[in-house]
Design a protein around this ligand. Structure first.
Ligand code: MG
Length: 335
């Protein structure tokens, strides 16, 4: 018996539900020789962690565009916070922590530069539509390395269904969906306070009474609530009272931070930038990478998808650099 098989046997003792066991995964699209050390989910986690799309999240917007301050969250640090919250919940519920970690690390991998502002533009311009969660699945199935990462079905399902309107097929996917919300509501409040976009007194009183008056207290209560409620209900969920308080806090964030605030003023420019890149690349595909140019077809719609894939993959910084190269004259630098 190798170390992976030992780990698989341990899972059968440690994890409550056989559906969480890695030996019961629905598997990968293409057959792959199993690793001698890691279960399929541990391997998926590593594949995501080592891929370029993952590293690019360090320069993608969470709330603040290309933040100058070192303490603001980016898409990458958000992802790490989601992963840690999700793992704590999964371990307490005796779910598969490796599966949860793989989904969490990959959940936002399809995000565009400039966060939801970038996403809105691509949604509007691309006839085939665009959403970061479907793009996340495209990244891991097709785009990364030109052939995708060949991840297990459970991880891909978790990435595809982490958004509010979706229903993950696994309990582990449900953990990440909740952990994502817990993470962003709390750290976005923290960042908005740091950036003086809001004051403590702007937060609605009733949800604070339920959830607590500090970042630490709120995150702790939400995690405890998910664990105790899920143990009672035998499915991953939050109590209605806590969920309502969380959603009220979220609504106040939409009102004061996400939709209309000082921090959002730059978004208009970000939207124009993305739109300009899109239109220029549609008109002149020589701006696309060579690998995409080789796939060009006369079909407008297919070209839109290629352009969308390229723009969505960019970090904020890279998108700004391409924009400068496209539209700004460069100074003569030969001495
Ligand atoms: Mg997220």
């Amino acid at each position: 018996m190798n170390l992976r098989q030992e780990r698989e046997e341990l899972e059968k003792i440690m994890l409550k539900d056989p559906r969480s066991w890695s030996v019961n995964s629905k598997g990968r699209d293409y057959p792959d020789t199993p690793c001698d050390l890691r279960t399929c989910y541990q391997r998926d986690r590593d594949r995501i962690l080592h891929c370029k799309s993952f590293r690019r999240m360090k320069h993608k917007t969470q709330v603040f565009i290309a933040p100058e301050g070192d303490h603001y969250r980016t898409r990458l640090t958000h992802t790490l916070e989601v992963s840690q919250i999700a793992r704590t919940i999964a371990r307490s519920l005796r779910l598969n922590e490796d599966l949860v970690e793989a989904i969490a690390l990959g959940h936002d991998i399809g995000h565009t530069p400039f966060g939801h502002a970038g996403e809105r533009v691509l949604q509007r311009l691309c006839r085939q539509g665009f959403s970061h969660y479907e793009q996340g699945v495209r990244v891991v199935e097709k785009l990364e390395n030109g052939k995708g990462l060949n991840l297990t079905w459970e991880v891909r399902n978790g990435i595809a269904s982490h958004s509010m309107s979706r229903h993950p097929a696994t309990e582990e996917g449900k953990v990440v969906r909740l952990a994502d919300k817990i993470a962003y509501i709390n750290h976005d409040i923290d960042d908005a306070l740091r950036g003086q976009i809001i004051q403590e007194s702007d937060l609605p009183r009733e949800p604070l009474r339920v959830l607590g008056y500090s970042f630490k207290e709120r995150i702790d209560r939400m995690i405890h609530n998910v664990i105790s409620t899920s143990l009672q209900e035998e499915t991953v969920t939050m109590s209605p009272e806590t969920e309502q308080a969380m959603m009220e806090l979220r609504a106040s964030m939409f009102q004061n931070v996400y939709l209309d605030s000082e921090a959002k003023k730059e978004e208009k420019k970000a939207e124009q930038l993305i739109e300009s890149l899109f239109l220029k690349m549609m008109e002149d595909p020589s701006w696309l990478p060579v690998s995409a140019q080789m796939k060009l077809s006369r079909q407008e719609e297919e070209r839109e998808v290629l352009v969308c894939d390229y723009i969505a993959s960019m970090s904020d910084n890279y998108a700004m650099r391409v924009y400068r190269d496209m539209f700004m004259p460069r100074g003569w630098d030969v001495l």
